[in-house]
Design a protein around this ligand. Sequence first.
Ligand code: URA
Length: 237
Amino acid sequence: MIRADRFIAEQMNISRSDAAAAVRSGRVTVNGRRLSPSDKIDEGKDAVMFDGRQVRYRRNVYIMLNKPVGVICAARDRLTETVADLIPPELRRKGLFPAGRLDKDTTGFVFITDDGAMAHDMLSPKKHVEKEYVVTLRDPVTDRERYDGVISAGMEIDGGEICRPAVISFTDDPSVVHLVLCEGKYHQVKRMMHALGNEVTALRRIRIGGLVLDESLAEGQCRELSGDEVRKICTIS
Ligand code: URA
């Protein structure tokens, strides 16, 4: 059970005082009845309406964002646009943060949630959650066996760090490869390609765990994930 003003404030992402005012003015009904801000709502059972629209209770929010170039993976920043700035008001919540980072010039799938435990689980190195990238390279790959051998063996990158074995696959375009990693070292894809004597010119993440980026989302757009989709994130496909 939760106070009506708190329920509305949290679920509608408005201040507690605005929520209390909305409840007092009768904009909120529970099971068809008006109530006062201190009345309790059973978040599992009660039918809550705000301005005639149902407010579905969600303990946590899980969002897939298609990140554009130029936006940083942070909850807030004074100078640069962040992934949090791209979330529409109805999905905004206190405590939302990107679970895992992409570089400013990388595009694609960013997972954003206010569920700290789930994000921690997903990011845990022990979980080996896969991330798939489409990598555009400066130089076309003419020696596939070398790339495959080095990457699948677990390669060393600058500074002596050893990467876990990863999977590279090739496309019809020799300048575009897919790379599947199960860890997230700083600038890892760029550093791997650099160690192989190449350079990344564009990078896009298209999958986390078993969940593929929804290509109907234009860059800069996001949407809430279903329970099934959230579960797919932590599954190895
Ligand atoms: N590897 C990189 O080099 N950059 C990213 O943004 C993600 C993985």
